[in-house]
Ligand binder design. Sequence first.
Ligand SMILES: [Zn+2]
Length: 227
Amino acid sequence: MGIFLNHKIRRRVVIFAIGMAAVSCQIAERANDRSPSVRELTILYTHDEHGWMEGVEAGRGAAEMFGLWKAREGYSSDGPYLILSGGDMWTGPAISTWFGGESMVEIMNAMGYNAAALGNHEFDFKTEGLLSRRAESAFPYLSANIRLKENGEPPEFVTPYIIEVVNDLRVGIIGLTTTSTPYSAFPDYVAPYDFIDYHQALADILPAVNADSPDVIIVISTFAVRS
Ligand SMILES: [Zn+2]
């Protein structure tokens, strides 16, 4: 996950806590001659969940993590929080894989995820499985670098980016899918798609994101992007 400032407006982001899969920001507004105001945003972030809703070990599942978010991060559904996934939501233990990821979608819906990036493992049950999970999800699947080979357009099951408004902050959230997907997923399952270069994809989408006047832009994925 990366956090970028929108350089078109004079704002400053200070990351003061990273840990327990949470990133908190204080965003100080210094626009024009108004006195500075500080707004808080806490991002609760997971990736590569891989179906481990019950946890790799007892007591380390999704329910326990959600409890920690409440107890340690003060999470409440109407507070200044975003819950995001970098992708690879399913394929792992039997309860996830047997049901094609359906159980993970139920859990992530209940936890109130705002968005997930599209990971390579989201194709493990073919495009048909992905379409079913997408239809069940209360949150969008984000990817700015997947294109249909037949026409160069993003497929309908993805959204390149969204703008979420939290605590009066406009947060642009862009998803990226690993360019290893043609061989880290079943090649036949992803044959209709191209996964284009990350920098090119961001260069393509940033004008549209900036036109939506974000205060801060976040890129989520299953891999690290270095600028
Ligand atoms: Zn993974």
